[in-house]
Design a protein around this ligand. Sequence first.
Ligand code: A3P
Length: 287
Amino acid sequence: MGRVLVPPRFLASAMEASSSFVACDDDVILASSMKTGTTWLKALIPCIMNPNSGGECSDDDDDPLTESHPNMLMPSVEIQIYGENSTCSVSDMPSPRLFRTHLPYPTLPETIKTSTCKVVYITRNPKDAFVSLWHFLNTFKTAEEGPAPIDEPFELFSNGVHPFGPFHDHVLGYWKESLKRPEKILFLKYEEMKTDPRGEVKKLASYLGRPFDKEEEVDEVLWRCSLERLKNLEVNRKGFDPWVGAPKSSYFRLGVVGDWKNSLSEDKKDRLDEITSMKLEGSGLEL
Ligand code: A3P
């Protein structure tokens, strides 16, 4: 395994999670690198797995998404379960338990790999993931500070300095494993979800063993988990994520494929494209 870069504040809990977390056979683990559309899946997976709460034909009162930010519905193993001041107890969680993680594949807790629990991996074009990250980091800045110039974070990202990254290694770790064990890892791309949301969500539900009975159920789940709806829910508009310190609203921005064009110069685009094609060469993966 190559180097893995873990933000210092999460290092101890990430190591603890990696060595101590014990997966159950019916757990669902959502894995991703940052800013790849994880929040969409943090909403979709609970909706699919618990269809009677917020699923088909139920009203907003029964919908956990109106009560809780998606971060709460799929707690992060390394940040919420093993993090400092954790209030989440795995033993109190009803089955099937739903978790998420940014841990790279080689550092996943062993029982996630060896049990029959399912892993859903989401990724995205690296230019869009980077630009999304830059906007996200800027939400930590005060109005007086203003947004950080893009050059420095771009240099870091291009050199592989990325939380739980390098980004391309993270993607490749899960990609290669998903080729070996497609029943274990469902590999999704944000762009494909945007182009064919119905098809991709049906694929996701079937993979999770909860195929939809009716087409209307697909539309219902897609609407409940849409960026437009989540962005405007009271629960996601105010306050801060207690573990990361980011505004709850910062997880919902534009959701546009190719938004990097508004922030990256031609040189930066070329550089990142070159790195991506070099890193992914021979893997069969295109991003
Ligand atoms: P943009 O910054 O490009 O808008 P993550 O959830 O991994 O942190 O990724 C955040 C990105 O996913 C953001 O992209 C955000 O707008 C987008 N996103 C969040 N919720 C979404 C949803 N329900 N549907 C589509 N995209 C969503």
